[in-house]
Design a binder for this molecule. Structure first.
Ligand SMILES: *Cc1c(COP(=O)(O)O)cnc(C)c1O
Length: 411
């Protein structure tokens, strides 16, 4: 599917595509934010919808020729509603190009520059787009960060106290590196008490919520953002769902606020992914993602890896690698030599720099899509321990990794 025609006109890019395919086929992708969309989703990504300009909302466009786009976008919104069981109190927008612009549109829609927001600190598992200094979200707004406790858990009483003291206008719940369940209801209660909007950023866990293995932010919060390419297993993109009464403020910031024409090929592929997400098979997949993460965590603990919060409830594991005598960056590099792809990651209360932090983050969504189960997770933990304890073993293990990968083809 990939390169039949490209091959004839562009050997250089063909070569890169083929190398990237081979890299994915022959390595173990433990990046918690990545996943493999189906062939159907990828086919939809190259559909004729890539051509069309359709600024505006369905049936209210600034362009002609949109009769099919209107039906498409409406269908994708409907599928989102079905999956999250939304009633008419909620409005859906599937146009955001990605998670970060979706978050920015929400912040700029609900708040005025200079207003105060409250979010989890970046090294504790928050996301850049939630008010980090280097992000526009951190320049436009005053930001107060809450922290995890020393054991690595959200501490709701402390969050409530901080909210009462700081009186933010908006509180964000939802993370990039938090291995435990999030109590969105509690966040909404805290927000209500201080008169703040409550925003859930379910970028990582949207698929788990649909599958019923993580509590839903509905109907508790005011607005929900999510990426579509992580556990949702669609194309790169994002969805915003908000209370109907907030829709004017927020959707006008998506377009014309920060975006132009929607990426209609992406919306088309998202529709296909959401159809797949309605199946029993997808529900089973999400349950397996969580089982695999738990198996990986348990095996790593046996090899004396130090897990933040001591384990996981979801699809990811955050490891403080300090006791193994290497940094996060070194661990990432050693593992990559063995074909085990992870990312270095800050840990709560990290004393090292973000470029060479104390931790690594691993996740099971991509390998579970390949069909791997608990047995393979235990094997991977064994290999990780070998590589970290003795980096010289990398090449030998790389051969074993390739053998395992052969048995679990990409979709
Ligand atoms: C991945 C992620 C995002 C942003 O996604 P992009 O599509 O990379 O912009 C936002 N919030 C959280 C919590 C994320 O994990």
């Amino acid at each position: 599917m990939d390169v039949n025609i490209i091959k004839k006109i562009d050997p250089k890019i063909t070569n890169l595509i083929e190398k990237e395919r081979k890299r994915n086929e022959e390595t173990l992708n433990l990046i918690a934010s990545e996943n493999y969309p189906s062939k159907a989703v990828r086919e939809a990504l190259s559909s004729i919808f890539v051509v069309k300009y359709s600024e505006g909302r369905p049936y209210k466009r600034y362009y002609g020729g949109t009769e099919n786009i209107d039906k498409l976008e409406t269908l994708v919104e409907e599928r989102t509603r079905t999956l999250f069981r939304l009633n008419k109190d909620w409005a859906v927008n599937v146009q955001p190009y990605s998670g970060s612009p979706a978050n920015y549109a929400v912040l700029r829609g609900l708040l005025r520059p200079g207003d105060k927001i409250m979010s989890l600190a970046l090294p504790h598992g928050g996301h850049l787009s939630q008010g980090a200094k280097v992000s526009l979200s951190g320049k436009d707004f005053k930001v107060v960060n809450y922290l995890l406790n020393k054991k690595g858990f959200l501490e709701y009483d402390a969050i409530e106290e901080l909210a009462k003291k700081e009186k933010p206008k908006l509180i964000i719940a939802g993370y990039s590196a938090y291995p435990r369940k999030v109590n969105f209801k509690r966040f909404a209660q805290i927000s209500n008490k201080v008169g703040a909007y409550c925003m859930a950023d379910i970028a990582h866990i949207a698929g788990l919520i649909i599958g019923g293995v993580h509590p839903s932010p509905f109907p508790w919060v005011d607005v929900v953002t999510m990426t579509t390419h992580k556990t949702l297993r669609g194309p790169r993109g994002a969805i915003i769902i908000c209370k109907e009464k907030l829709k004017k403020k927020i959707f006008s910031k998506v377009f014309p606020g920060i975006q132009g024409g929607p990426h209609n090929h992406t919306i088309c592929a998202l529709g296909v992914a959401l159809k797949e997400d309605q199946s029993i098979k997808f529900k089973k997949y999400t349950a397996q993602v969580v089982k695999n993460a738990r198996a990986l965590a348990e095996a790593l603990i046996k090899y004396d890896f130090n897990l933040i919060s001591g384990g996981t409830d979801n699809h990811l594991v955050l490891i403080d690698i300090t006791n193994k005598g290497v940094s996060g960056k070194e661990a990432q590099e050693f593992l990559e030599k063995a074909g085990i792809i992870v990312n270095k990651n800050a840990i709560p209360y990290d004393e090292r720099s973000p470029f060479d932090p104390s931790g690594i983050r691993i996740g099971t969504p991509a390998l579970t899509t390949r069909g791997m189960k608990e047995k393979e997770m235990r094997k991977i933990a064994f290999w990780m321990n070998q590589v970290i304890s003795n980096p010289k073993s990398s090449l030998r293990i790389e051969r074993e990794v390739k053998k395992l990968c052969k048995k679990f083809p990409l979709p």
